[in-house]
Ligand binder design. Structure first.
Ligand code: MG
Length: 420
């Protein structure tokens, strides 16, 4: 785990930059506001260019709050356009970094595990950041900023706090420099995941910065914040055990794939079995498309006019797989073991649970090869503790799905001829 290097890359005033560049304007010298003017002067500015920030205009202010003597262009928000540019930027990362080492955090922010690529490209972390930032600038015109850190938390704080103070827009933090530069930083709400609510509760104990958090007894913090105290204490010490692989696994684990259908007429035992196999076929296809593997099956059968209570059950596979042969064989066996013969069937549902990212599933097995299954599960759970609180806030998974689709769409466009 030692010597990890993460990058966190963010687009400067993303929406406003996209709109400015689209109009041939320079976000650093031209004034532009992204807001819906049809909503009147009370509408919120979704974004403003850095040029306007330099004039003292607050991000997310209301239109009427902009001083009257400042001339600016107003742009209607176009989420679809921003999503497309975001997907374009994701495509740029993919040229250098594999998807398993990228975590899309928001529409204009990504975490990258740079560790394996520094040797590969013979670059320092900063040089790799510059390579990516230059590519983004050259292809989209947008100025990116970057944080470099020895864990995900430090990379994020390096981006949010340190990068703002340096002319090259690249911040760097390891545990030592973090303690030196951020332990006494105020306000504490500049620190990722520490909002006004947490800050207020810390004030009760006379704590106004991260150093203060390190000086409080853990019992007090656990009493005040419950299990969230764990990451507060970790972060105050510059520690973050979560990796991008953990996040991806958590995302995969946190949902299952399922499919169900109501049959239009009564189906006999053998006919319903054929329908079930078709459904399994589709579900496994979806599994493979999403690069996931499963080791848990669910089956549910409903009967005509409820003459029999629903049947079904679940089955555990010996290993994670996306093999149709294995999965359909187990489903057929589960069907035969649980479905009542001679009663007409009207409803079928199947599911695959305990999903893992196919790329990381085998890694994990290697990692825990000498441990027994229970310990394996426990360690994994522990590694995953708190991921949702820390990384799941922005409905990231939906974002990733969108990215995959839209990069696919962009590629189709490049190939051409696939309209509609
Ligand atoms: Mg941004």
């Amino acid at each position: 785990m030692a010597d990890k290097v993460y990058l966190c890359i963010d687009m400067k005033s993303f929406f406003a930059s996209v709109e400015a560049i689209d109009r041939g304007l320079d976000p650093f010298t031209d004034n532009l506001v992204v807001a819906d003017p049809s909503r009147g002067s009370g509408s919120v500015c979704l974004a403003i260019t850095p040029a306007m920030k330099a004039l003292g205009v607050r991000n997310r202010c209301r239109v009427f709050e902009i001083p009257k003597d400042i001339k600016y262009v107003t742009a209607m928000p176009r989420m679809k356009k921003y999503m497309e540019v975001s997907a374009q930027i994701y495509g740029i990362y993919l040229r250098y970094i594999s998807a398993e080492d990228i975590h899309v955090y928001s529409i204009d922010e990504c975490f990258l595990d740079a560790t394996p690529y520094l040797k590969m490209y013979k670059k320092t972390p900063k040089e790799l950041a510059i390579l990516l930032m230059d590519a983004i600038k050259a292809e989209t015109g947008i100025c990116a900023t970057a944080g470099i850190g020895t864990n995900l938390f430090l990379a994020k704080v390096a981006l949010d706090v340190t990068a703002k103070k340096v002319p090259d827009h690249i911040g760097y933090l390891d545990i030592d420099s973090f303690k030196k530069e951020l332990w006494h930083h105020r306000p504490i709400t500049d620190i990722w995941n520490i909002g006004g609510g947490i800050a207020k509760r810390l004030e009760k104990y006379g704590v106004y910065d991260l150093y203060g958090v390190t000086q409080l007894a853990p019992e007090i913090l656990y009493k005040e914040f419950g299990t969230n105290a764990e990451y507060l204490i970790d972060h105050a010490n510059g520690v973050e055990p979560c990796t991008i692989a953990d996040i991806h696994n958590y995302q995969a684990k946190s949902h299952s794939l399922s499919n169900s259908q109501i049959l239009f007429e009564d189906y006999k035992y053998d006919d319903a079995l054929i329908v079930m196999q078709e459904m399994v076929d589709n579900l496994v296809l979806e599994l493979v498309e999403k690069n996931l593997v499963s080791d848990e099956l669910f089956l549910g059968i409903g009967y005509s006019k409820d003459v029999h209570r629903p049947t079904g059950g679940s089955r555990k596979l010996p290993a994670h797989t996306s093999s149709f042969k294995t999965i359909v064989r187990e489903f057929i066996q589960l069907y035969k073991d649980t479905t009542v013969k001679g009663v007409p069937i009207r409803r079928l549902s199947i599911g695959l649970g305990h999903l893992l990212d196919a790329d990381t599933a085998h890694l994990q097995l290697d990692l825990f090869a000498d441990l027994d299954a229970e310990k394996k599960e426990k360690d994994l759970q522990h590694a995953l503790l708190g991921i949702k609180e820390k990384f799941g806030k922005n409905a990231v998974l939906r974002g990733i799905n969108y990215f995959e689709k839209s990069t696919g769409r962009a590629r189709n466009k490049m190939v051409g001829g696939h309209n509609g």
